[in-house]
Design a protein around this ligand. Structure first.
Ligand code: ARG
Length: 478
């Protein structure tokens, strides 16, 4: 815990006297909590992250209370000034966080009363920590969504720039990690841009549903005070107040949705990270990462390890773990609030941090990597990668049914494999043994460049398509 309070506490506050009952709710309590009770109950160690949102929520609440005549104007201005001073204290690292005061809400409220006296004790009229924490947490997740969306956009831009640069650079396309057909490196990178655009859209969607204000639901049933929930909702940038007070204090769908978005995006990032690891490996050597994104080995001087990519891959474990963790916390909780729900925050904070870092690392590596385009192209043509082009030629030129063409091509592949050569190294005579109609024109479709150039169908890998898609994204991303 942090430094001692700047001003002395009023007598009998729990800040210094854990053997006494809590001043915030201890009216009916004769004694303070046991040490383990205090430890298991306290969330201040992590929910202090919500201080900005808590102060914003309190300011909105106090302004509303004053507007409807529940709070005197001078009390409201004292609260406003007191909260501003507390914000400054926290920002400067001078705020005396106290575990006995459990959480950020009570820490700030007690401090406010220390600073401004009686008026501070009026702030909690017509609200509860239940609606308070639900509001604060929504505000926090909303800010996180905005930051992460901007970061995803940055990764998309980084990838689209590289895609434009390598729109025509062939590489082997894989299925089952077996050479399938040539694609271009730009095309491959743009696949991730599509995934990330869905991640961004999912976040935007999550934000829409999140943006309802729980404040004023009070403990669970609403309040007898004539509060204006529309006013607080609007002040805090919410679209509307949450319609059902029970749901308002017990809903954590927004956190679950956020974690679902995070988990899916983390899976995307880990797939790319895995490809980076593969591409960097000695047998592949498709790309090289600079010193900025690799580490050496303490024993093997030749090593250049793609640790950042490996750690992005690993962050997925924490993030999907957070989703499963919170789903499990929420499962079977009866309405309305239960203390279990205090366990929502660390999962979300941790996942958001891991996601942010993973996105930053992927953006960095996308900008940093240098592909070996010669090597990629050489491998793009290996493994009979243009066999489908040969079959397509038979269909197009000789009007052979595709299934038959597939069979003929299979025999030619077997023949080439037996001789240890590529398809283009078979002689015309050898080809004609399998299909007499084949002419020398067939060799024109067996090169890697011809193969990728021919894939002009919508969404295909032809360099012209890829360049146009990259341009489209760069314009759309601004
Ligand atoms: N620290 C609590 C949480 O994060 C705040 C709400 C506490 N409410 C209560 N009734 N004890 O969930």
């Amino acid at each position: 815990m942090s430094d001692t309070p700047a001003t002395p506490l009023p007598a009998n506050t729990s800040r210094e006297t854990s053997h006494e009952a809590n001043t915030q709710w201890g009216g009916r309590f004769a004694a303070g909590p046991s040490a383990v009770m205090q430890e298991i109950n306290a969330s201040i160690g992590f929910d202090r992250k919500l201080w900005r949102q808590d102060i914003a929520g309190s300011l909105a609440h106090a302004a509303m209370l004053a507007k409807v005549g529940i709070l005197a104007a001078d009390d409201e201005s004292a609260i406003r000034e007191g909260l501003a001073a507390i914000a400054a204290e926290i920002a400067a690292g001078r705020f005396p966080f106290v575990q006995e005061l459990e959480d950020i809400h009570m820490n700030i409220e007690v401090r406010l009363t220390e600073r401004i006296g009686e008026a501070g004790k009026r702030l909690h009229t017509a609200r509860s920590r239940n609606d308070q924490v639900a509001t604060d947490f929504r505000l926090w997740v909303r800010d996180a969504i905005d930051g992460l969306s901007a970061q995803i956009t940055d990764v998309m831009r980084a990838l689209a720039i590289r895609a434009a640069q390598y729109a025509a650079a062939p590489m082997p396309g894989f299925t089952h990690l077996q050479t399938a057909q040539p694609v271009t490196f730009g095309h491959h990178l743009l696949a991730y841009v599509e995934m990330l655009s869905r991640d961004r859209a999912r976040l935007a969607d999550c934000r829409v549903r999140l943006n309802e204000c729980p404040l004023g639901a009070a403990a669970l049933a609403g309040t007898s005070f004539p509060i204006d929930r529309h006013m607080t909702a609007e002040t805090l940038g919410f679209d509307r107040p949450a319609a059902n007070s029970l749901d308002a204090v017990s809903d954590r769908d927004f956190a679950l949705e956020f974690l679902s978005c995070a988990a899916i995006s983390a899976v995307h990032l880990s797939r790319f990270a895995e490809e980076i690891v593969i591409w960097c490996s000695a047998p592949f050597r498709f790309i090289r990462l600079s010193d900025a994104y690799t580490t050496g080995s303490s024993i093997m001087p030749q090593k250049r390890n793609p640790d950042a990519a490996e750690l992005v891959r690993a962050k997925t474990g924490r993030i999907t773990g957070a989703l499963v963790g919170l789903l499990t916390v929420m499962k079977g909780l009866p309405l309305a609030y239960a203390k279990d729900m205090q366990e929502d925050k660390e999962q979300v904070f941790d996942a958001a941090e891991a996601w942010t870092l993973a996105l930053a690392a992927i953006a960095g590596m996308a900008r940093d990597l240098t592909p070996d385009t010669e090597r990629m192209k050489a491998f793009a043509g290996s493994g009979f990668a243009t066999a489908t082009d040969l079959a397509d030629w038979l269909v197009r030129t000789l009007k052979v049914p595709f299934r038959t063409a597939h069979h003929v091509t299979g025999r030619l592949v077997a023949k080439a494999e037996a001789r240890g050569v590529g398809l283009a190294e078979l002689s015309l005579a050898e080809m004609q043994e399998e299909e007499p109609g084949i002419t020398a024109d067939i060799f024109s479709v067996l090169t890697v460049d011809a193969s990728v150039a021919s894939r002009r169908s919508y969404g295909g890998t032809a360099p012209g398509n890829v360049a146009a898609q990259a341009r489209h994204w760069l314009e759309a991303l601004g």
